[in-house]
Design a protein around this ligand. Structure first.
Ligand code: ASP
Length: 316
């Protein structure tokens, strides 16, 4: 019965300027992230172990806006947000505006396991991670030439008054995972650099429990990607769980409603992955594409960037 789904951000489109090789490499990294999570589930690990493993893999990949490859803020710095939630206990941990933590999702988990504080910001988050024995990096580790170009182009657009024409892909991204384990427990994790040219100190929805990240056993686990301010206002993760719990909607209906009816009218890019207590997966998005993939309860692995889904067979 275990199952896992991931996303690597919505808004993928040709304008991202990826070559065919880079698209393939991004799909391979999605498959690697899924297999990392799946291996935990197959070894009897928890849903929390699985989402942490999958998100860590994507944080380490330069193809996604989280960890190495994170978007730059307006000052040309990386400030990282991440959260994790255990649906079994409603335990949660989050770090925001961190600048040195190699894998922010691991710091979020360490915080969750502390059992007290849910969210730490900035320097305090960096110091907490170091004290917990997690890898910390020089801030230069997180930047890549592609993200540096994206910042330069966004700032040029602002000067030229054409920022509204920037593609969703130029603006943002995020990575996330949701999983159901063999014991029936759910978990969610999300990690992001936010969006290109975001204000210094701005915190998005990813580390806000109930907005970009949410898990509750018996109902669903959700990880979102898109303009975080709207995910916070609509409390997206909790809203999907509420629709399921109170209206009796299935995960697909509830997730689609929130993305297509609640968020789309704001004319922002939005997408998410969600999983229910039976391992059914929903991955709606209102952009041209969303990096995503899943290993369903049937054990088969699929990845996709746009409409076409690549079925890669048994996860192994
Ligand atoms: N949700 C992220 C944020 O607002 C960005 C994204 O997913 O594109 O920080």
């Amino acid at each position: 019965m275990p199952a896992i789904a991931i996303h690597g951000g919505c808004g993928v489109m040709a304008k991202l300027g990826l070559s065919e090789d880079e698209w393939r490499a991004a799909r391979e990294d999605l498959a690697r992230a899924l297999r990392a999570g799946w291996a935990r589930l197959q070894a009897g690990g928890s849903a929390v172990d699985a989402v942490e493993a999958a998100v860590t893999t994507m944080e380490d990949s330069p193809h996604f806006n989280a960890g190495h490859g994170a978007a730059f803020n307006a000052a040309g710095e990386n400030e990282l947000d991440a959260a994790i939630m255990d649906g079994a206990t409603l335990g949660a941990g989050a770090v925001c505006a961190a600048r040195r933590i190699r894998n922010p999702v691991r710091a979020a988990r360490a915080l969750m396991e502390g059992g007290e504080t849910v969210m730490l910001t900035g320097d305090a988050a960096d110091r907490f991670a170091a004290a917990a024995g997690l890898a910390v990096e020089d801030p230069a580790y997180f930047g890549t030439p592609r993200r540096r170009d994206a910042l330069a182009s966004m700032q040029a657009r602002l000067r030229a008054g054409t920022a509204a024409e920037a593609s969703e892909a130029e603006k943002h991204g995020t990575v996330g995972a949701v999983a159901l384990d063999a014991k029936g427990h759910l978990a969610a994790a999300t990690s992001t650099g936010g969006f290109t040219n975001k204000p210094v100190g701005r915190v998005g929805d990813s580390p806000v429990i109930g907005a970009g990240t949410y898990a509750r056993d018996g109902v669903c686990a959700v990880s979102g990607t898109g303009k975080g301010e709207y995910f916070i206002r609509h409390v997206v993760g909790h809203e999907i769980a509420s629709r399921m719990a109170y209206l009796g909607e299935d995960v697909e209906t509830a997730a689609r409603h929130v993305v297509m009816e609640d968020l789309a009218p704001h004319r922002i890019g939005a997408g998410l992955v969600a999983i229910d207590a039976q391992g059914r997966i929903a991955a709606p998005y209102n952009t041209d594409g969303m990096f995503r993939g899943w290993i369903g309860a049937d054990g088969r692995l699929s990845v996709a960037t746009h409409d076409e889904v690549f079925a890669l067979g048994p996860a192994g």
